[in-house]
Write a new protein. Structure first.
Length: 512
């Protein structure tokens, strides 16, 4: 599992993945503890003064004009957590909640929030104990950050609400803390607000989506290359010199991947001998252009994610010169935009993969393959309905590509009159990533079936390695009654867990 040590300067995407998915432990560095203590001294000094300071001695949002007397401030901090823990709907995934809590702790450790070291340590202790707060699907507008989701996490720190234990059973949070020797926190000035006010949920989901999409984009290049082979297409359009004259990095990378997979193929260009075609269809010929544009979108999203991972997102913040200032850094627009951009790219990549699949199944366009790749067309329907499933997924992806960040619903009595909807953008992107894996699995299933039906022609070594690994994973090949029920879910697992990429790379070397 390893250990992630938190300092004051942010974290890496690998740190987020390690904590969220692999259960890595979290430790606070001496630097972070010192920064936390120094910032807390500033907050305590301001709290002792008669002048109101937002978040320290005032109400919040539209209620920020009320000055709160010292005897009511601990109650105020408890109440903001309790009142903001208003999420509804299904629980979100454990990995999302762990990323959410870890990224909030990252900002706390920056020394910009005024939270005491013992509160930060409790956050680390909860993560290390495998305790996962119950967080719900709905409740965040992405401004001021992911308020409701983070509030449910803060409830757990206070020993309130429900949480999931390391055994997967949901129980009262107070019981779980006691079993692991963790004392509930007693919040003081500013701490309740500091635990709630960040873009941590949408950022965590962005980081995990980017990690998944990096693998899926490579997978898409492999499935596109296999489809090109199965359709007896030409690999001449993948020549590096053609992509050099339109110098988009992603396009060049995708073309290079496809060319590497197709090396030594006895199928590519075969059609020139007996059924001349000047050009292949766009879904085949333009595969690098579409996948490449998505790759470049990924690169931009990684840049935004890296900046956000280095950020301290809170309001107000404690500055290095001792000032505590209000700001708007909690607004989720930078993250929300790239989440939506990615959903658009994912939908288009799935769409072009579905068009190649349909071409493989149509005897009028597949250049000699049987209808629907059936073992006995008419007696069985082959992959007809597998393509229906793929088409349904693509249609859903197109709906998910409608941007959430173009919407805004005013809240907090018009104090928060423009919001990012970044949490919603992240939630639909998670669904889109899952559906892309399923779409590529159908193309892989059809492409490998079609390649095996090209008797007398030898596929590329990388394609043969993929076919062998797929069949070795128990995904049924052509012929036999079992082929009548295509094992698409097992094919999806083969794509999703990286075995497709590993099989191709066993021949090609590392693909981009």
């Amino acid at each position: 599992m390893g250990t992630v040590v938190l300092g004051t300067s942010g974290v890496s995407a690998a740190d987020v993945i390690a904590v969220a998915r692999a259960g890595a432990r979290v430790e606070l560095s001496d630097e972070a503890v010192a920064a936390l203590a120094a910032a807390r001294e500033i907050v305590d000094a301001l709290a002792a003064k008669p002048d109101p300071v937002y978040g320290v001695s005032t109400g919040f949002g539209a209620l920020a004009t009320r000055h709160i007397s010292p005897e009511l401030r601990a109650r105020l901090q408890r109440n903001i957590v309790r009142s903001h823990a208003a999420g509804m709907g299904p629980r979100v995934e454990r990995e999302v909640v762990r990323a959410l809590l870890f990224l909030r702790l990252k900002t706390v450790c920056s020394g910009r929030t005024g939270v005491r070291p013992e509160v930060a340590q409790t956050m680390a202790d909860v993560l290390n104990a495998g305790i996962t707060p119950v967080v719900h699907e709905y409740g965040s507008l992405g401004c001021s950050g992911d308020l409701a989701p983070l509030s449910h996490c803060a409830l757990t720190l206070m020993g309130e609400g429900d949480a999931e234990g390391p055994d997967g059973i949901v129980r009262p949070a107070g019981e779980l803390l006691a079993e692991h020797g963790i004392a509930p926190v007693e919040l003081r000035e500013k701490e309740g607000l500091a635990l709630l006010n960040g873009t941590d949920g949408m950022l965590g989901m962005l980081v995990m989506a980017l990690a998944d999409l990096r693998r899926l984009y490579t997978s898409a290049d492999i499935t596109a290359a296999i489809s090109l082979e199965a359709l007896l297409g030409t690999d001449k359009v993948l020549a590096p010199e053609l992509h050099a004259i339109r110098p988009h990095p992603g396009q060049a990378a995708s073309a290079a991947n496809m060319l590497a997979v197709l090396k030594g193929s006895g199928l590519t260009g075969h059609h020139q001998d007996d059924a001349p075609r000047v050009q292949d269809a766009y879904s085949v010929r333009c595969a690098p252009q579409v996948a490449g544009a998505g790759r470049d979108t990924l690169a931009h999203a990684w840049l935004v994610a890296e900046r956000e991972l280095a950020a301290a997102v809170d309001n107000p913040v404690v500055l290095a010169d001792g000032r505590v200032e209000s700001n708007g850094n909690f607004h989720g627009a930078p993250v929300a935009y790239v989440l939506d951009f990615l959903a658009i790219a994912v939908a288009d990549l799935a769409s072009i993969a579905e068009r190649r699949t349909d071409r493989l199944l149509d005897k009028n366009r597949s250049h000699g393959l049987p209808p629907f790749l059936a073992d006995d067309a008419g007696v069985d329907s082959g992959l007809m309905i597998a393509q229906y499933t793929q088409a349904a997924l693509v249609s859903e992806l197109k709906r998910l590509a409608v941007p959430a960040s173009a919407d805004s619903i005013p809240s907090s009595a018009m104090q928060e009159d423009h919001v990012s909807m970044g949490w919603a953008a992240a939630r639909k992107l998670r669904t889109a990533v899952d559906n892309l894996g399923r779409v590529l699995a159908v193309e892989l299933y059809a492409g490998t079936r079609a390649v095996e039906l090209r008797e007398g022609l030898t596929a590329a070594a990388a394609t043969r390695a993929v076919v062998g690994a797929l069949r070795g994973a128990g995904v049924e090949g052509p012929g036999g009654d079992r082929f009548l029920a295509p094992d698409l879910e097992r094919a999806e697992e083969f794509v999703r867990d990286g075995r497709l990429v590993a099989a191709a790379e066993s021949v090609t070397g590392v693909l981009a």
